[in-house]
Write a protein that binds this ligand. Sequence first.
Ligand SMILES: [Zn+2]
Length: 567
Amino acid sequence: MALSSQTIKKILFKNNIVNEEEFSNAEKESLRTNIPVQRLLIAQGKITQQKLLELLSAFFDIPIFNQATQALKLEIIAVLPEITARQKQILVFDHDTVKNAYKVAMVDPTDIETINFLEEYLKGDIEPYITSPDTLKFGFQLYKRRSSENFEATIAEKIREVKGSLSSEQENILENIPLVELVDTIIGYGATLDASDVYFIPQEDSLKIRFRVDGLLHDVISVDRSINDGIVARTKTLAGLRIDEHYKPQDGRFRYKSADTDLDIRIAVMPTLFGEKTTLRLLAGGHSFLTFEELGMEPGTSEQLQKALKKPYGMLLSTGPTGSGKTTTIYSMLYLLNTPEVHIVTIEDPIEYIVPNTSQTQVNPQAGITFASGLRSFLRHSPDIIVLGEIRDKETTEISVNAALTGHLVISTLHTNDAPGAIIRLMELGVEPFLISATLNAILAQRLVRRICPNCKEQYTAEPSVIQEVQKKLGLTQNQITFPSILYRGKGCSLCHNTGFQGRMGLFEVFFINEEVRNLIGTRGLTLDALRKAAQQQGMITLFEDGIKKVAQGVTSLEELLRVATE
Ligand SMILES: [Zn+2]
């Protein structure tokens, strides 16, 4: 159900997007990695997803399905079972009851077989629209939300079963089937909601189950605390931890598979006053990667970043607070750089995703592997690209700068608020300004904002007084930044659990270190203000400006931008 690479080739050639060699290289890479050729070309910056859709749309004379302007309604999507929609890569998004015509977003709108099937199945006319696989993925999430509505009732039922079976037979807790099902239900529900963490927190009189979704904590349910020992035993068993050890912290990992989820789960168990507290971190098991644009980057910013990544040596830093999505962005860079010709090594803490054909090492102080020692020993293995999880002290800074000076491309993260701030931070870490000038290629800063739920999105006009207040809060003088007068927000609905949001995206700024900035870095008494000014003169779009763009596009709300901007 994907477009054939021949069709893509024909269209790209016709529009002079790639040449024969570039296409056949991408095709080879596609065979090796099993990633569709158009996705690779997008990742390589040869074409944007939007441009490709426009070309396909013009070529086939079929309109584009635009998720940003189209509210998705579950009752319409659900005319097709989830499994069929996923298999055929289609989404029914509108039904004209007068004409009895269904509008269907498709990855391959030329797939006549599927269109015939839909006409039969829906007993109506089909109007195909073209879309990208990622837009569809977002729509598919709506199916999942529906299946989770009965969670509380299911949990209550399972807990009754667990308690009943434990008191009656005194059977081995590990073979208790209701207990196994209870833990499965909770993990499965967490996966359904795209939770990144599931917490079991014993309190004085209850066991609190909490999920972290889109970076924020939600109390999901409180249950009888007596169930905690069973849950701890079950999760420890899955990860092969000691179940008779209750007074020491333990951690491990296990694979969780069900009908439609495949997760790599990290577990940490901690003794607390009221019993052991368990935290599960859910990581997607597949090797999917996102392009810069899918992460939320504007095409211009993505271009700057790709330009910086093309340099075979030097340093590229990603900055932002914990939880700002730095790691995901670095993995996207890795996938982009991961070609057979280069040797990539990483030192991470923790390793979050497996990247094929690279050497990834986990920091392990007990075994003597720290960021610094790992980096030192890796340098002896002649890598081309080194990814260092974090630059956090003088020692790691010094080795990184040396590696960048001696012909390696070093990618790492740093805790600063914005991109220009990273230069000051490097100086504080003891790097001589001339070394910064000589090695730094670019600095990326980022934040995550929540996306407005497409199901309950509404438009409204901003009161001038509200805008003024916002300007005041941010310390902006009038006219420094133009705020959009039409704003968007999510009213809250059952699909987004009344939060008005679904999923997240990044705000980005890329500070490209050009000749002028290099000269500036060498000047005496360099200030952060001077660096910011230089960035501005270079045309850098700041995090906040990027955010305002996304507010104007209706992807996120002004309140959400303010929350992130003032954090
Ligand atoms: Zn909603």
